[in-house]
Ligand binder design. Structure first.
Ligand SMILES: C[S@@+](CC[C@H](N)C(=O)[O-])C[C@H]1O[C@@H](n2cnc3c(N)ncnc32)[C@H](O)[C@@H]1O
Ligand SMILES: [Zn+2]
Length: 335
């Protein structure tokens, strides 16, 4: 952890300033941070500051399960996840929002750190933040980059100074929070006036065909069981299912893509024919304890409720959206 990260951190308990305990070194690998206001102490392990998860009883149990699920994910198949088609998602976002020397951004829920590394190539200083042991993978991937920091903690109690980021990027994360509205507001609170919040959120299929909605309902029903299975057992089941999904979805979709691309676009798991990627994507679909879904209006309502304007929403396997904190509107206090 580089000392310059302290300019952006705040005690998640009282909001006070943090200082490195007993070290004047420019970089801390093992040590601790202490809060000047309340005296709380937070460890730095393997060069990563570690902050606790929420103590709020209504959120704590789901958050702990989510942490276990994604720790398994990023420690087991981070390399396979690299094949996901997030580049097509992120191609929709104007590059000026997340690039440029002198800007500071937050990748909130950075997972294994692939988007973090790519954003850093645009010149901005970027902090990767995640609940899970994905921070180890993200740190390994980016520790040679002078403009990247990695922090472990919980979006329900983010350890950052309010109004300190030019952009906050949160891809595929908020829909896994027990209270996504609260998580969204916490992120909006971190934006400087004029800063942008960029999100990807799942689609609720509200305007899809009855058959597509029935398929989603079946998946929801299945998730009630699968999200409670031990991660290694579920991952083994996903490997068994991968060839079936390959034969019934991925291969037909890639053939259909040649003659009827719009139709192919409605088939799930069309983005890859690799079994390793299919197994990891199936796990991502069936393991997380919580999965919220949104209509376009629901996404716009989240931005509005957080005081953000100029919202753009694009549909691509869900909603890729960005909105801006106006210079003259106060964002509500975080809950
Ligand atoms: C589907 S992954 C997305 C990872 C990455 N943004 C990407 O697009 O590849 C969701 C990530 O959100 C993180 N996450 C979930 N709940 C969180 C919370 N309360 N605080 C911080 N991160 C959280 C998980 O640990 C996981 O790495
Ligand atoms: Zn404090």
């Amino acid at each position: 952890m580089r000392g310059s990260l302290l300019d952006h951190l705040a005690c998640p308990s009282c909001g006070g300033r943090l200082a490195i305990v007993g070290s004047a070194a420019a970089e801390v690998v093992e040590g601790a941070l202490a809060c000047a206001s309340c005296g709380a102490s937070y460890p730095v392990v393997h060069g990563i500051p570690r902050f606790p998860t929420t103590a709020d009883a209504t959120l704590a149990s789901v958050t702990a399960r989510t942490q276990r699920t994604y720790s398994f994910t990023w420690m087991t198949f981070a390399e396979d996840q690299r094949e996901k088609d997030s580049y097509r998602y992120t191609a929709l976002i104007p590059p000026t929002l997340t690039s440029g020397a002198g800007k500071i951004g937050l990748d909130a829920g950075c997972g294994g750190g692939h988007d973090l590394r790519r954003m850093a190539a645009g010149g901005a200083e970027v902090i990767g933040f995640d609940l899970s042991d994905g921070v180890e993978t993200a740190h390994r991937l980016t520790r040679h980059l002078p403009n990247v920091h990695v922090v472990q903690g919980d979006l329900n109690t983010p350890p950052f100074r309010p109004e300190s980021f030019d952009f906050v990027y949160s891809f595929g994360v908020l829909h896994h929070l027990p209270d996504p509205t609260r998580g969204f507001r916490n992120l909006a609170h971190l934006l400087k006036p004029g800063g942008s919040l960029i999100t990807y959120l799942y689609d609720d299929f509200g305007d899809r065909t009855a058959a597509e909605r029935a398929a989603l309902d079946a998946v929801r029903l299945g998730r009630r069981v699968t999200s409670r299975l031990p991660s290694p057992a579920l991952y083994a089941l996903c490997w068994l299912a991968a060839p079936v999904v390959w034969a019934t979805c991925s291969v037909p979709a890639s053939l259909l893509e040649l003659v009827a691309p719009r139709l192919a676009g409605r088939i799930p798991f069309r983005h890859t024919v690799r079994w390793t990627v299919l197994a990891s994507d199936l796990f991502d679909r069936f393991a997380p304890p919580v999965e919220w879904r949104f209509s376009r209006e629901g996404v716009l309502a989240l931005y509005r409720a957080a005081g953000l304007g100029d919202v753009t929403t694009c549909r691509y396997r869900g909603w890729v959206s960005w909105g801006c904190r106006p210079a003259d509107v106060l964002v509500e206090d975080r809950a």
